[in-house]
Design a protein around this ligand. Structure first.
Ligand code: PLP
Length: 392
């Protein structure tokens, strides 16, 4: 018996570049210590008070089916947060609670895509994007951002392929580059969406990790609230990756449609997880800033290491828990560099090529290990890059 084309095609051409990560995991399983700078997962666990609240909710009986669009108090809290952070009036009817941002990305595309519709996205991209679009039966079309523009996408490049497309997926602060889209970039994106009647899917899961500049939600731009679906998550902002809790924000009628999808797919999110999420949101911005702080610190440490050499260059970035490094001076691809670094120094980083062709000649470093070890790993990485360059 054959699987559907849709499911068989999810990974077509989309899994390249993950060998370094898989090899690192195999080395660790075989007993070789590896410094892992691969995955976007905090080195702290979910805070004990959040877990205590989850326990309280579960023991209090919140273990049955929970309200499918989300418990009203959590939808209200998310709506209030979005209103406060973006200035766009948002109510619970604009909020659908989902099991994480990944599920929200899938749901958002299911809401706007008919089979075969063109769904645009920006390269470099978060690794699941093309597969998510294919899962929703879209035809994914990538638009390259350029290293020479510090990976800020050009509106003209998007406009060039926008005719006939249904949606555009953007992500700022960006994984993998750490780039925070400027007001100019986002205004340009919004203009293309308005001109070509595109849905904008705005993945904002890193919106609490801003080191320079400011996060602008494109939903707040003129004429955009009616055509934007925002993907949010508590994975990164509250170190709750395993709890699987996120949301879609959008026009009321789209949220009503999405409720139908949730009813027939996830049937909502565990009530005790939602209660803990509400408790976590009530801890306020200082709590979120504490979760983000180690990445800001390590970014400073990395910049200090990079300042002492001239082979590896950081892509100018302003957010997220990653740094994108240009290693093209070594004349190696990101893939070969990452494999060599793993073999030689047991340090695992992601090749830029894992995130699409636009990031070739780069590597992505996740700043997700303790400061001292991170600083040493950055030093070793730079020394390795230096050892590969031909000295005159
Ligand atoms: N979007 C981006 C850009 C991500 O980097 C991630 C996870 O790394 C997600 C969405 C999905 O996160 P989650 O499903 O844990 O909310």
């Amino acid at each position: 018996m054959q699987a559907s084309q849709r499911i068989s095609n999810i990974l077509v051409g989309g899994s390249d570049g993950w060998e370094v990560f898989m090899r690192a995991r195999q080395m660790i399983a075989a007993g070789t210590p590896v410094t892992e700078l691969t995955i976007g997962e905090h080195d702290i666990r979910t805070a004990a008070p959040i877990l205590q609240d989850m326990h309280r909710a579960a023991m209090g009986g919140h273990t049955g089916y929970a309200s499918v669009p989300g418990i009203p108090a959590l939808r209200d809290a998310v709506a209030a947060r979005v209103t406060a952070r973006t200035g766009v009036p948002t109510t619970r009817d604009n909020v659908l609670i989902t099991p994480g941002g990944q599920s929200a990305l899938f749901a958002a595309h299911m809401a706007v895509i008919d089979p075969g519709d063109i769904a645009l996205y920006i390269d470099p991209y978060y690794a699941t994007y093309p597969g998510t679009l294919r899962s929703a039966s879209a035809k994914p079309v990538a638009i390259n951002a350029h290293a020479s523009d510090a990976f800020q996408p050009r509106a003209a490049d998007i406009a060039a392929v926008a005719a006939g497309a249904k949606s555009l997926l953007v992500n700022s602060p960006n994984n993998p580059t750490g780039v925070v889209y400027s007001a100019k970039t986002l205004e340009g994106i919004a203009q293309v969406c308005r001109d070509h009647d595109l849905w904008l899917i705005s993945d904002e899961v890193y919106d609490t990790q801003i080191w320079e500049g400011a996060h602008i939600s494109p939903r707040s731009l003129e004429g955009m609230a009616e055509r934007t679906l925002v993907v949010g998550s508590m994975s990164k902002s509250h170190a709750m990756t395993g709890s699987r809790i996120g949301w879609v924000i959008g026009p009321e009628e789209m949220i009503a449609n999405l409720l139908n999808l949730s009813t027939h797919t996830t049937y909502g999110v565990a009530g005790f997880v939602q209660e803990a999420a509400l408790f976590a949101l009530q801890q306020g911005e200082a709590f979120e800033a504490d979760i983000a702080e180690p990445f800001r610190r390590r970014r400073d440490l990395a910049h200090a290491v990079l300042a002492g050499q001239n082979v590896v260059n950081a892509v100018p970035s302003g957010g997220a828990m990653y740094m994108m490094l240009d290693i093209s001076a070594t004349k190696l691809s990101g893939d070969r560099f990452a494999n060599g670094l793993l073999d030689t120094h047991h340090i695992a980083v992601m090749p830029g090529e894992s995130f699409g062709g636009a990031a070739a000649g780069h590597i992505r470093v996740a700043m997700t290990i303790e400061d001292g070890a991170f600083q040493r790993a950055m030093g070793t990485l730079c020394a390795y890059a230096d050892s590969l360059t031909v000295k005159s």
